[in-house]
Design a protein around this ligand. Structure first.
Ligand code: TRP
Length: 368
């Protein structure tokens, strides 16, 4: 428990979101992000943190149903994002789906968000009794002075892990991207049981850069295995992938904790070949504590010519606890490469319900 546990979930997370938006230069009068967060959390937002989670959301390790991320584009622009699971007042897998659809109806109406892609694949990924850890999640994407964007993540294992490949291939087909499945998996799905479909995601907007994305987790993978996975996209700077893994992974040779994840982005104008590749590294499993994670991310950002001061401001927007006292505030870091834009994204936990302890017997404990 932390000292803010008399707060409600909405109070806690909205304060963090407001701070992040302030840091990213959003106009202070703009309540759009906080209003959307309130709607996403629904009645569950009014529960006290001290009452614990009403549903074991897999969005974050401590079951908080939201996770923040700050996307740092190499162009200097930033986005603040919220990954979130809508949880029904009386939660169950089926009830959460109903509540999450209601959220989409309301938000798409109000913000004129096109839902065609969602409509095209929803019956595929949302059976009556979805299997796995989640049915679908949202990403709410905020940029200063712009209309919020929405992205939906589906679970390829919703009809059982053994049908994941079939669902993904059919999902692409329904979206007019018949060849996307083969081009995304050709370099990335080789090790049975160890290269697994994690998310099938669709941007809900009709801009030319609106993407359909496939995420593949690589269990116990080495850097060269993800370099190979990146080769579905032509002309990438593979050295930056090696650098990313080396700096953020420390001495890790085989990533045997939570997996490295690849994602491939497709757009309507080029439905056969992915235009972007992203690599996600679950840094919390490869460090002793958040101080070590912060050092590594700062080093990586400096190496790419970005100012790490923004990282520190983002961390302080969420919490003032000492970074040595927990692990997982920095949950993932991703590197985006390709024609649709390059950059680094840092995924930050809300720690609403719990601060996970540093790893025992490592440098935090020995005081090194
Ligand atoms: N908590 C889950 C995990 O760590 C899902 C998740 C949340 C995730 N945010 C993510 C996965 C960012 C990859 C990247 O696997």
């Amino acid at each position: 428990m932390n000292d803010t546990n008399s707060f409600t979930l909405f109070e806690h997370t909205s304060r963090q979101l407001r701070n992040l938006c302030d840091e990213a230069g959003f106009p202070p009068t703009d309540d759009t992000a906080v209003d959307m967060l309130r709607e996403l959390l629904g009645a569950g937002g009014e529960r006290r943190l001290s009452d614990g989670p009403s549903w074991p959301s897999d969005v974050a390790d401590d079951a908080t149903p939201v996770e923040f991320s700050v996307a740092l584009d190499d162009t200097g622009e930033n986005a603040v994002r919220v990954l979130g699971e809508v949880i029904a007042e009386k939660p169950s897998m089926a009830a959460n789906v109903v509540a999450a659809r209601r959220f989409l109806d309301s938000v798409s109406d109000r913000l004129e968000i096109p839902t065609d892609r969602f409509d095209a694949v929803q019956d595929l990924f949302l059976p009556e009794q979805p299997q796995g850890k989640f049915a679908f999640w949202y990403s709410l994407i905020f940029r200063p002075n712009a209309k919020p964007k929405l992205k939906v993540y589906f679970n390829p294992g919703a009809r059982g892990e053994d049908r994941a490949a079939e669902l993904v291939a059919e999902g692409f087909r329904r979206l007019g991207m018949d060849e996307a499945y083969d081009s995304a998996t050709e370099h990335s799905v080789h090790r049975p049981g160890q290269d697994r479909f994690t998310f099938f995601a669709v941007d809900l907007d009709d801009s030319p850069t609106s993407r359909v994305k496939l995420y593949i987790s690589h269990y116990s993978a080495t850097v060269e295995e993800v370099v190979r996975a990146s080769q579905a996209v032509d002309g990438l700077d593979v050295d930056s992938i090696r650098d990313f893994c080396r700096v953020l992974g420390g001495d890790t040779v085989s990533f045997d904790g939570r997996p490295l994840i690849s994602s491939y982005s497709f757009v309507d104008a080029d439905p056969k070949r992915p235009g972007n590749y992203s690599l996600y590294l679950p840094i919390r499993d490869y460090v002793a504590d958040d101080a070590e994670a912060r050092e590594r991310v700062a080093e990586f950002l400096s190496g790419r010519g970005s100012d790490p001061a923004g990282l520190d401001r983002a961390l302080r927007a969420l919490t003032d606890r000492p970074l040595t006292e927990g692990r997982g505030l920095l949950a993932h870091v991703s590197l985006r490469l390709g024609r649709f834009g390059t950059g680094t994204t840092i995924y930050l936990s809300s720690e609403g319900y719990e601060v996970l302890p540093p790893r025992a017997g490592t440098r935090a404990a020995t005081g090194v």
